[in-house]
Structures are given as structure tokens and as C-alpha cells.
Design a protein around this ligand. Structure first.
Ligand SMILES: [Zn+2]
Ligand SMILES: [Zn+2]
Length: 281
């Protein structure tokens, strides 16, 4: 079977936004993800030149907004327990969404947030949902994609119930989705190494597969239920190959961006490893 997936990598912003598109094209990948801000530049505005070059390169190399997944900054906490904290996070988040609009991008993937041991999970999820509703009201063309967490520290979103609780509180359900990170799911206790079929069944029953709008395809350095978020190159961690093969063979996943978030040194091998899994099908 030929690889029909929109698979690609998370590419660093350090070379500049428009160069990310050139790198993606060179790698011959059909999807990519990027940060619009890094820790130092969290509030930086985009220049007209950056915007035009990025848009032109996307057009030239045939990358549509369905193939580009923006990754929101890790410092943003949409479930922050304090008023000041949540206001600041929402301000920074809206700033990113504005940049998406400028760049013609619509898919934004973000981590739900952390309760910081000051409020309970339920109240944290309520704050996350409020943040999402505000964002969707303010920005009409974006789709917000929540990522499951590994359950490290006080993060929420590590189980499917959290994600479905948030979806239930969202007014415009056509513009909310989930990005399943395979490393995080495994670290949070979902044994996708052996029981991947059951895990996806559970995802469908609790959340609904129609909400699966992106995948982060990572192997895990640590064992199942470790609650530690350590990605490793595909085939080199604890997840094995069965689940990855199943994803590659699943034609229902042909239209969503599948992003590998591992160090660049193994990228070529990872694509080769994935394609090798399905070569006899
Ligand atoms: Zn991820
Ligand atoms: Zn991670």
C-alpha cells in the first residue's frame, strides 16, 4: 500500500516562518506543524513581509490550510486558576489566533492547561471551555484542536472523559476537535501498544471519532502509565509497531494532519519505517 496519509513533522521556527514551508517541500512531506511564537517572542507581531512570504510559499508548494497544524505556545494555560493568569493566557492565545488569520491558517492545536493545584479538575475544564468559547466567538474561521496530555504535573486532558466534558460545554461544536498524541495517551495509561483497537473504540465511544482532527504520531521513551511526556523516534520506544501499522492502514485517517514531533536527525528513517510497515498491503 502506498502512503496516502498527510504525514509530516513539527518544524522549528528558528529558520523563519516562510522557510518552514521550503523545508517541508524539500522533505516531500504532505503536512507540517509549527509554532507561531517561541518563548522569547511570545508577543511579537508578524511583519507584512513574513506574512506575504509565508502565504506565497504555501501557494507555490501546494500546502493548504488543511495540511498545516499550528501548535500553540506551551506557556498558555487556558484553564489557569487565577483571574490574572487566565486573562494573560487568553490574551496570548487570541494573539496567536490573530496571527493564524493573517497567515491564512485555520487548524490550531493546544494543550488544555494546568490546574496548578489551586482548583479541581472539573473547574479547570470549565475555565478551558470558557476560553474556547470566547476564542471561537472572536475568530470565525478557526478550528480549535485540543491535545490529550500525558498527565504530568497538574495538567488536565489526560483522559478521554476530560476532552469529552469540554466538548459538551462548547457552543459551536463544528469548530472543536481533538489531536490524539500517541505518546501522551500511552504515558497517561492507554495501552495502545497492545490494545490499540480498544483504545480507539474507547475514543469513539467517549469522544466520537468525528472529533479526531489531527494526530501527533510519537513513540514513548517511558512505559505505559508513566505520566512522563518523553517522545522518541518511531520504532525506538515502548509502543512497538502494531498501532503505527494500524494507523497507516486506516483509510479513514487519510484527511487529517499526522504530525511527528521528534528530533530531525531520525526523520528520514521514521518515514521509511512507517512506509515499510505497509509495503506488503
Ligand atoms: Zn503532541
Ligand atoms: Zn509531548
Amino acid at each position: 500500500m502506498k502512503n496516502k496519509k498527510l504525514i509530516g513533522f513539527h518544524i522549528t521556527t528558528k529558520y523563519g516562518l516562510s522557510n518552514i514551508v521550503l523545508i517541508a517541500n524539500k522533505l516531500k512531506i504532505k503536512a507540517f506543524s509549527l509554532f507561531l511564537t517561541n518563548t522569547n517572542l511570545i508577543n511579537k507581531f508578524l511583519s507584512i513581509e513574513e506574512i506575504i512570504n509565508f502565504r506565497n510559499n504555501c501557494k507555490k508548494y501546494n500546502y493548504s490550510s488543511d495540511q498545516i497544524l499550528v501548535h500553540s505556545n506551551y506557556l498558555i494555560n487556558l484553564g489557569h486558576p487565577t483571574t490574572n493568569g487566565i486573562n494573560r493566557s487568553r490574551y496570548l492565545f487570541f494573539n496567536e489566533l490573530y496571527k493564524c488569520k493573517q497567515l491564512g491558517l485555520k487548524l490550531i492545536n493546544f494543550h488544555l492547561g494546568n490546574h496548578l493545584y489551586k482548583i479541581d479538575i472539573t473547574n479547570c475544564l470549565i475555565r478551558v471551555a470558557e476560553s474556547i468559547n470566547l476564542a471561537l466567538n472572536k475568530f470565525s474561521d478557526i478550528i480549535l484542536i485540543m491535545e490529550n496530555s500525558a498527565g504530568q504535573g497538574s495538567s488536565v486532558g489526560f483522559n478521554f472523559e476530560h476532552l469529552s466534558n469540554v466538548i459538551n460545554m462548547i457552543n459551536d461544536k463544528n469548530r472543536i476537535g481533538v489531536c490524539l498524541d500517541t505518546c501522551h495517551a500511552f504515558a497517561a495509561g492507554y495501552d495502545i501498544s497492545n490494545n490499540y483497537y480498544e483504545v480507539f473504540d474507547k475514543f469513539n465511544n467517549i469522544i466520537g471519532l468525528k472529533y479526531l482532527k489531527a494526530i501527533h504520531l510519537n513513540d514513548s521513551k517511558n512505559k505505559c502509565n508513566s505520566r512522563i511526556d518523553r517522545h522518541t523516534s518511531l520504532g525506538q520506544g515502548m509502543i512497538g509497531s502494531k498501532m503505527f501499522k494500524w494507523i497507516m492502514l486506516n483509510n479513514e485517517l487519510n484527511k487529517i494532519p499526522i504530525i511527528i514531533e521528534t528530533p530531525p536527525k531520525n526523520w528520514i528513517n521514521e518515514i521509511y519505517w512507517l512506509e515499510n510497515l505497509i509495503k506488503n498491503y
